[in-house]
Design a protein around this ligand. Structure first.
Ligand code: M6R
Length: 611
C-alpha cells in the first residue's frame, strides 16, 4: 500500500518524482522520501508525515540529477518516522531501495546479514533488501543480477526498485505481488505503483507480471521473468484523462468524486445496453455464453466497500437469475477450504484490482476449477489479469481513500452482469429491465441537489460519539456502507445493522444522544422499516431518515423523524445506488466539520496490497 515512483531520463528528476508521489499519496502518507543519483553518488532526503514535509525539506536541501526513485509509505514494519522512511540505503552506501509490501522472512535474513557484519538502522523489512542487494553487488554482480539473486531469497509479497551509483543511469525493479507499471516515453522511462502517477507523462504503459524483474534505462526497458529469461510484456495506451485526477475546484477529492457519480454511472452502462433491442451487450466480458450457462452458483469475493457492493449484488443477481450467491470477505475466504469447482463463478469485486486478500481469495477459487471473473475499476490491474473475464467500471481514477463513485459504478456493473446472465440463460430480457437504468444519472443528480440540507444536518450532529445505521433487504448493505463511510473519514464510531435485528440487541444503545440513520425506500419493506423507526422514537432516539416518499407519506415520515434526507424513487433493484448518496455526503460534511483529513484519513491506505 506504499507508493513507488521512479524516473530515468534527461529532465530534472526531483519535480517528476514529487509529482508522481503526489498522485500516489493516497496509498500511504506516513512518510515520504526520494533518492537521486548524481555523479555516481546516491543522495536521499526523507521526511516523516505527508509529502508536504518532504517538499519543505527538499527546499532546504535541494537534490539534482536525472534519475532516481521516490516513495510514500504506509507503515507495516516500524512506526512512522524519518528513520523508517524509504528509500533505505545499505550500510555501505552502495544502493538505495524503495519497497511496497512485506518481506515475510526478513527477521531470518536480518540475522544472517548481521552475522556477516551488515548494519541496520531502521526497524523496516526493506533495509534487509538494501543490504542483501549490496552484498550481491559486492560479490561482483551488476545491479540486475544482484536484484535477481536477492529476490531468490525473499518470501512474501513485494514490489521494489533499486538504484546504485556505479553503473550509469538505470533502475532495477522487481514484482512479486503488489503492482508495478512502467511508463514508456521517448528517451525517458517512468516507474510507478499504479498508472495514476504516470497520467501526465506517459501515454503508453507496461504492467509487470508476478516474478518479473525489469531493468529501466533512458532508452529502453528490459524485462526478465522469474526464471531470469528475457520476456516481452505488451505495452498499452492509457485511456484515463489526467484532468480526472485533479480536484477541479472541489475542496476534496472525495467531494469531487461524489459529484462525479451521475457521469460515472452513465459511463458504466453506456455502450453496453441497447434500450431499443432490450439487450445487454457484454462481449467485452470475454466469457462464452455456453460457459456461463454451466454456472450453478456464484461466490462474490471482496473487501470493505466492495464487499458491500457484493451484498447488494447478491439481491440483484438472485432476483434476476435465481442463481444462489454467497458474498465473502477475501480475508476469510482465502483461509477456508472453499466449495469451489467448475460450476462456480468466483467474482472478485475491487476498485483497485490489487487488494491482496481479494486476489488471494480469487486465486483460491480459481485453483479449484472455478470460472474467475472480476468487476474492477483499474484496467490492467492484477484482478483483471488473473480473471478469465472482466467487467470494468468506468468511474475514472478514484483518489479519495473513501470509496464513493467506485461503489455506485460497481452496483451498476453488478446489475449489468445479472442481466447478462439472465439474457444468456433465458434467451432474452423482458422489456423494461434495462430501461430503468436510463433514469439513474438524473436521479443521482437530484439526490446530490439536496447537499445543502445534508450539510446542515452534519453540522447539527457532528459532535455525536456514535451513530447507528439501519436498513432492510437490499438497503441493509447501504446501512453498512453509510456506517463505514462515517467511521473512516470522521473517526466516529458507527454501526450498520439490519433494522429487524435491532430489537435483538442494539436497541439497548438507543438514547437521545444516538443519531439513528435509517434507509426507508421502496415498497417491499417500507412499512416494516417505519415500525422499526417507531421503536427508536419510543425510546427517544433521534431518527434521520433517507426516503423516496412524496406527499402524505413523506409528511407522515417527517412527523416521525427528526430529519429527512430525500432521494428520488428509481427501480427497487437500483435504489441503493441513489440511497447511498446522502450517506456519503453526510459522512463527508461531518468529517469536514470535525476538521478531519477526509481524503487521507489516519491509518488508512487506498489500496491494501498486504494482507
Ligand atoms: O480496491 P478495493 O475495492 O479492493 O478496496 C477494498 C477496500 O479496501 C476499500 O473498499 C475500503 O474499504 C475503502 N476505504 C472504503 O471506503
Amino acid at each position: 500500500m506504499c507508493g513507488i515512483v521512479g524516473y530515468v531520463g534527461e529532465r530534472e528528476v526531483v519535480p517528476l518524482l514529487l509529482e508522481g508521489l503526489k498522485r500516489l499519496e493516497y496509498r500511504g502518507y506516513d512518510s515520504a522520501g526520494v533518492a537521486v543519483v548524481d555523479d555516481g553518488r546516491i543522495q536521499t532526503v526523507r521526511a516523516e508525515g505527508k509529502l508536504d514535509e518532504l517538499v519543505k525539506k527538499l527546499d532546504e536541501q535541494p537534490l539534482a540529477g536525472s534519475f532516481g526513485i521516490g516513495h510514500t509509505r504506509w507503515a507495516t514494519h516500524g512506526r512512522p518516522s524519518e528513520r523508517n522512511a524509504h528509500p533505505h540505503t545499505d550500510s555501505k552506501g552502495r544502493v538505495a531501495v524503495i519497497h511496497n509490501g512485506i518481506i515475510e522472512n526478513f527477521a531470518t535474513l536480518k540475522q544472517q546479514l548481521l552475522a556477516e557484519g551488515w548494519e541496520f538502522v531502521s526497524e523496516t523489512d526493506t533495509e534487509v533488501l538494501a543490504n542483501l542487494i549490496s552484498k550481491h553487488l559486492q560479490e561482483g554482480r551488476d545491479l540486475l543480477a544482484a536484484v535477481q539473486e536477492a529476490r531468490s531469497a525473499l518470501e512474501g509479497h513485494y514490489a521494489f526498485a533499486a538504484v546504485t551509483g556505479g553503473e550509469g543511469q538505470q533502475i532495477v525493479a522487481a514484482r512479486s505481488g503488489p503492482p508495478l507499471v512502467l511508463g514508456l516515453g521517448d528517451g525517458e522511462q517512468f516507474l510507478a505503483s499504479d498508472p495514476t502517477a504516470l497520467l501526465r507523462h506517459a501515454k503508453r504503459v507496461m504492467f509487470l507480471e508476478n516474478g518479473d524483474v525489469a531493468r529501466i534505462t533512458r532508452d529502453a526497458v528490459a524485462v526478465f521473468d522469474a526464471a531470469g529469461e528475457p520476456v516481452e510484456r505488451s505495452a498499452r495506451r492509457l485511456a484515463w484523462d489526467p484532468i480526472q485526477a485533479e480536484k477541479g475546484g472541489y475542496k476534496h477529492f472525495m467531494l469531487k468524486e461524489i459529484h462525479e457519480q451521475p457521469r460515472a454511472v452513465q459511463e458504466t452502462f453506456a455502450g453496453r445496453v441497447s434500450f431499443e433491442r432490450d439487450r445487454v451487450e457484454l462481449e467485452e466480458l470475454g466469457i462464452r455464453d455456453e460457459r456461463l450457462r454451466e454456472i450453478d452458483r456464484i461466490h462474490v469475493l471482496a473487501c470493505g466497500t466492495s464487499w458491500h457492493a457484493g451484498l447488494v449484488g447478491k439481491f440483484v443477481i438472485e432476483e434476476l437469475t435465481r442463481i444462489p450467491v454467497e458474498v465473502d470477505y477475501g480475508s476469510e475466504y482465502r483461509y477456508r477450504d472453499p466449495l469451489a469447482d467448475r460450476r462456480l463463478l468466483a467474482l472478485g469485486v475491487s476498485q483497485s484490482g490489487e487488494t491482496a486478500d481479494t486476489l488471494s481469495a480469487m486465486e483460491a477459487a480459481r485453483d479449484k476449477g472455478a470460472l474467475l471473473a472480476c468487476i474492477c475499476n483499474v484496467p490492467g490491474s492484477q484482478a483483471t489479469r488473473i480473471s478469465e473475464g472482466t467487467l470494468l467500471t468506468h468511474a475514472g481514477p478514484e483518489i479519495g481513500v473513501a470509496s464513493t463513485k467506485a461503489f455506485t459504478t460497481q452496483l451498476v456493473a453488478l446489475y449489468l452482469l445479472a442481466l447478462h446472465l439472465r439474457q444468456v440463460r433465458n434467451g432474452g430480457l423482458e422489456p423494461g429491465l434495462l430501461r430503468v437504468l436510463a433514469h439513474l444519472p438524473q436521479a443521482l443528480s437530484e439526490a446530490l441537489g439536496h447537499e445543502r440540507e445534508i450539510e446542515r444536518l452534519a453540522w447539527r450532529h457532528h459532535r455525536a460519539s456514535d451513530f447507528l445505521y439501519l436498513g432492510r433487504g437490499i438497503n441493509y448493505p447501504i446501512a453498512l456502507e453509510g456506517a463505514l463511510k462515517l467511521k473512516e473519514i470522521s473517526y466516529i464510531h458507527a454501526e450498520g445493522y439490519p433494522a429487524g435485528e435491532m430489537k435483538h440487541g442494539p436497541i439497548a444503545l438507543i438514547d437521545p444522544d444516538l443519531p439513528v440513520v435509517a434507509v426507508a425506500t421502496g415498497e417491499r419493506l417500507f412499512d416494516k422499516m417505519v415500525s422499526n423507526l417507531q421503536e427508536v422514537k419510543a425510546r427517544d432516539g433521534q431518527v434521520l431518515v433517507v426516503t423516496d416518499r412524496e406527499g402524505e407519506e413523506l409528511a407522515a415520515l417527517a412527523d416521525l423523524a427528526d430529519a429527512v434526507m430525500r432521494v428520488p424513487a428509481v427501480d427497487e433493484l437500483l435504489q441503493p445506488i441513489v440511497n447511498v448518496v446522502p450517506l456519503q455526503l453526510l459522512a463527508y460534511h461531518i468529517g469536514v466539520r470535525r476538521g478531519a483529513d477526509v481524503d487521507q484519513p489516519r491509518n488508512l491506505a487506498k489500496s491494501v496490497t498486504v494482507e
